[in-house]
Design a binder for this molecule. Structure first.
Ligand code: SAH
Ligand code: SF4
Ligand code: F3S
Length: 507
């Protein structure tokens, strides 16, 4: 899906290891936000079975890998982690090793062939079965018999869609707060799968047919999350603005869904990723303009600035149509930021077509772009029909060149914010602060001492500033003093809020 290939760190450990089967779980996640959410749900289900989470693979008797197949690199990363466990499995046969998610869905036989010490392979549509499969695999392992447990099938035929939908509904409400990006931010799945079949992309086969969840289920989930202290909801879908659900007396689009959840007490901000350019309707733009909790931010990947390449990719739009969409965005939601994804070195991308991608970044002023080198994926149309004809060093050069222009544009756009006051939902300590705390020998900042914090503006720009850790989880006003291509640097706007015995108290 969206901000692709992030590696989610394992959550904090629960305590020391014990010998023998110990119901200690180690989970490693690569891929998009949908995978991060899946890992949260799997851990939620396993905690209900008495599992505790550890960040130390050595301390765990159950090791799960939630995988991604979107580019070859993501798969290699998982294969090397799995390879390192071969000896471990021989030494401690009661260990259960499971491969979940997109690579499991696509390559179950290959995973078993390459990694015979793996016990279970569970595709994206059957993650609800993970707890039972782990128990069965452990029993087999302790009896000395080999298990090859798989739970797969994401067919587009007949009643399969309904079955897949039901499996998600039994599983999505299970949540595990410690696996969230922060205690204040949570993902909510509104759509499953993708039917767009862009020629280069594995997602339609790893995530199955496109289906939208019922609005009432989504609303309930948002209410539960708000009750747990979540302030920001990110609605997830591969093409989230293609959301459409008929039933419950009407047809709901994404804009209707935003109206439905907007009133949830406790929720302060709502965003959605990833958008599909062709399906971006005015109703959605008007909803984000009119609903004050909605981010003024859209992630609608252009992928290439050249019509010939877009056609080969089967993206379903031209650059001129994308331009029309951008004009509608700018007119309806002034100041709305837009980010993109690009693939460089796609089959057929000439130097001239690449330059058109560079021009498009300059023209559309993206807040940021995720840029990827084309990676041929077995099973896709591009893999079957098109030669991967651009040498890797050319892909690398184009990647760096496009990134440099994107950073320039990002810095110019960020610089326009200098001098402004922005509302920031404070997420936590900045990356620099976290590193300083980890390397520091003492116990960290004293209570009340200012630390470097990070948060986001309503148009999804990252802001870093010094402030009291108590501000984490609240919305605060920050004056923008400076910027880089990716970050705004600011200082807290102090306000007089209360008067104690006539003395103003600053926050
Ligand atoms: N549903 C989202 C994207 C999901 S995949 C959308 O349509 O925009 C995330 C990103 O990975 C894509 O936007 C694309 O830029 C990139 N990607 C997908 N397949 C790829 C491939 N074979 N090689 C390189 N990048 C790829
Ligand atoms: Fe892949 Fe295209 Fe679907 Fe996005 S819209 S997930 S790029 S097939
Ligand atoms: Fe996401 Fe990767 Fe699967 S990008 S949908 S985890 S192939």
């Amino acid at each position: 899906m969206t901000d692709p290939i992030l590696s989610a760190a394992a959550p904090p450990a629960d305590g020391p290891a014990v010998d023998g089967p110990n119901r200690r779980l180690y989970i490693e996640t690569v891929g998009c936000q949908m995978n991060v959410l899946d890992s949260e749900l799997v851990v939620g289900a396993l905690r209900k079975r008495g599992f505790e989470v550890t960040s130390d693979p050595e301390a765990a008797d159950t090791l799960l890998f939630n995988t991604c197949s979107v580019r070859e690199k993501a798969e290699q990363k998982i294969y090397s982690s799995l390879g390192r466990l071969k000896y471990r499995k021989r030494q401690r046969p009661g260990t259960v090793i499971g491969v979940l998610g997109c690579m499991a869905q696509k390559d179950k036989d290959l995973v078993f062939r390459k990694m015979p010490h793996v016990d279970l392979v569970v595709g994206t549509g059957q993650l609800a079965e993970v707890p039972d499969l782990i128990d069965a695999a452990r029993e087999n392992a302790l009896r000395g018999s080999k298990s090859r447990l798989t739970a797969l099938s994401l067919s587009r035929k007949g009643g399969a869609r309904k079955e897949i939908e039901a499996s998600f509904e039994s599983y999505d409400p299970l949540r595990e707060p410690t696996m969230r990006p922060t205690p204040y931010q949570a993902f909510v799945r509104v759509m499953i799968g993708c039917d767009k079949f862009c020629t280069y992309c594995v997602v339609p086969s790893t995530r199955g047919p496109e289906q939208s969840r019922a609005p009432s289920d989504i609303k309930k989930e948002v209410e539960v999350l708000a009750g747990q202290g979540v302030k920001e909801i990110t609605l997830l879908g591969q093409t989230v603005n293609s959301y459409k659900h008929s039933g419950e007396g009407k047809t709901y689009r994404l804009s209707d869904l935003l109206y439905l959840i907007h009133g949830t007490p406790g929720i302060e901000r709502i965003k959605f990723v990833t958008g599909y350019p062709k399906d971006l309707g005015n109703d959605l733009l008007e909803a984000i303009r009119d609903l004050k909790k909605c981010y003024h931010y859209l992630h609608v990947p252009l992928q290439s600035g050249c019509d010939d390449v877009l056609k080969v990719m089967k993206r379903g739009y031209t650059v001129a149509e994308y331009r029309d969409m951008m004009h509608r965005v700018w007119e309806t939601v002034p100041g709305c930021s837009v980010s993109s994804d690009f693939i460089v070195g796609h089959p057929g991308e000439t130097e001239e077509s690449f330059e058109k991608s560079v021009d498009s970044v300059r023209e559309f002023r993206f807040k940021n772009s995720f840029i990827f080198k084309y990676s041929p994926r077995p099973g896709t149309k591009a893999y079957e029909r098109l030669a991967d004809d651009i040498p890797d060093e050319v892909k690398r050069r184009r990647n760096n060149a496009l990134l440099a222009v994107q950073n320039e544009v990002g810095e110019e756009e960020n610089a326009r914010k200098i001098g402004e006051q922005v509302s920031v939902l404070v997420e936590g300590p900045s990356v620099r602060q976290k590193k300083a705390d980890q390397s520091s020998e003492d116990v960290g900042p004293a209570p009340g001492e200012a630390i470097q914090l990070t948060g986001r503006t309503r148009c999804d720009r990252i802001v870093v500033f010094d402030g009291n850790p108590r501000l984490i989880g609240s919305t605060t006003e920050v004056h923008v003093d400076d910027c880089t291509g990716t970050t705004l640097l600011g200082s807290i706007v102090t306000r007089e809020v209360t008067h104690l015995g006539g003395l103003p108290v600053l926050v």
